[in-house]
Design a protein around this ligand. Structure first.
Ligand code: HEC
Ligand code: HEC
Length: 333
């Protein structure tokens, strides 16, 4: 990705202001000359610095990752497809307009109020008529767990840092499901950040590429360890903090959620199930609905997405894990 008009505009600004600086050098009156040179020189440095930051940004965004793609063909058994469909509900928020399967792709930037001046971000159509129809199963698995596009660049925003935890069995089930969805819509436009987006990438990296993932097996179902497995895959830590100790709300990125090491040990399993079945907390309060400028609205915490991607037994395992966590003190309640 590269924003030619944006980069050329910056080059033109550097050249124009640089030219003015050389003209200022020709002023006869010494004091006037040095004042003019000082200010025009300073003005030239601003677009010059932005240009350097933009070029560094694009070098990173276009960096080639040579993670190998596994040479594998997923069998697509009915059991795999069913398991994959369950898990795919963890993808609907980003890959569909209305949080509903099939994963037909969406203008992610527009849906989530990403500032348009940063560029375009699309979550691709993952149905058989979409973008990954000519990718091998191994390439799709690499994209999900390692955040690497077929062409070797890093995917942006795509939460590979969570999905790297997916077991071989689960990621193959996902691929089986993706391939069995009804063909819906056509290819999605490519994501591409503007110069502003590329400059911003130096402050907050949009890339999600991970080191190659080897074999992964999930802990036995029904155990607290399996609950931890799901918490890691679904990405509760993105909003509730790396140790689930709560996270302060910030303007950029996912919202901050409360301290689960403080709250869940006080909840019964039934209260936990009620929360994920209806978004109702033990006091009776409901998770507030957040409406974005795009018109899209969903609960501030997407509990319906978590519910749809888990079985009752999965939720009980997550409860067992979270209920047993030692309290991690933090400024967040
Ligand atoms: C937080 C939002 C988010 C979630 C959740 C998410 N994705 Fe993505 N995904 C993206 C974005 C954005 C891209 C495109 C990034 C880019 O073009 O750089 C993407 C790209 C992909 C690609 C590469 C396709 C292509 O044509 O480039 C695959 C495959 C994929 N996602 C699968 C999944 C699956 C499977 C899940 C659920 C298990 C999932 N994603 C969940 C945001 C998300
Ligand atoms: C996208 C961010 C996000 C993710 C991901 C997320 N949460 Fe939350 N969660 C929140 C926010 C924000 C709240 C507070 C909602 C409110 O305003 O009432 C919350 C509230 C909760 C509550 C209610 C606690 C209380 O008393 O307020 C529980 C329980 C919970 N989350 C568990 C989880 C679990 C388990 C996961 C992973 C499966 C998870 N969350 C993933 C953002 C998130």
């Amino acid at each position: 990705m590269f924003d030619f008009p944006g980069v050329i505009l910056l080059v033109a600004l550097v050249a124009g202001l640089g030219f003015l600086t050389t003209r200022a050098l020709k002023i006869k009156l010494a004091i006037l000359k040095w004042i003019a040179v000082f200010f025009s020189g300073l003005l030239t440095l601003i677009p010059a610095a932005l240009l350097v930051l933009a070029l560094v940004g694009y070098a990173n965004l276009n960096r080639h990752y040579d993670n190998p793609a596994a040479n594998i063909q997923v069998a697509r058994t009915p059991a795999q497809i069913a398991r994959g469909e369950k898990l795919a509900n963890a993808c609907t928020s980003c890959h569909t307009p209305e949080n509903k399967l099939p994963l037909s792709g969406v203008n992610f930037g527009a849906k989530f109020d990403f500032p348009p001046m940063m560029g375009a971000l699309y979550s691709p159509n993952l149905t058989p008529s979409g973008d990954i129809s000519d990718w091998t199963d191994g390439e799709v698995i690499r994209a999900i767990r390692e955040g690497v596009h077929k062409n070797g660049r890093s995917l942006l925003i795509m939460p590979a840092g969570n999905f790297k935890n997916l077991s071989d069995e689960d990621v193959q089930a996902l691929v089986a499901y993706l391939r069995s969805q009804p063909a819906t819509g056509g290819p999605t436009p490519q994501s591409s950040l503007s110069v502003i987006g590329a400059i911003f990438n130096n402050l907050s990296d949009f890339r999600t590429a991970q080191p190659p993932v080897g074999r992964v097996t999930a802990p036995p179902a029904g155990t607290p360890e399996y609950g931890k497995y799901l918490v890691d895959v679904i990405g509760c830590r993105d909003c509730h903090g790396s140790q689930l100790q709560g996270k302060i709300d910030s303007q950029i990125g996912p919202p901050g959620g409360p301290n689960l090491t403080l709250i869940i040990p006080q909840w019964t399993e039934e209260q936990f199930m009620t929360f994920f079945n209806s978004g109702t907390m033990p006091g009776g309060a409901k998770v507030p609905i957040l409406t974005l400028k795009s018109g899209f609205s969903e609960p501030r915490m997407n509990w319906p997405g978590v519910r749809a991607s888990t079985t009752d037994d999965d939720l009980k395992a997550m409860y067992a894990y979270l209920h047993g966590l030692p309290l991690v003190e933090s400024p967040v309640k």
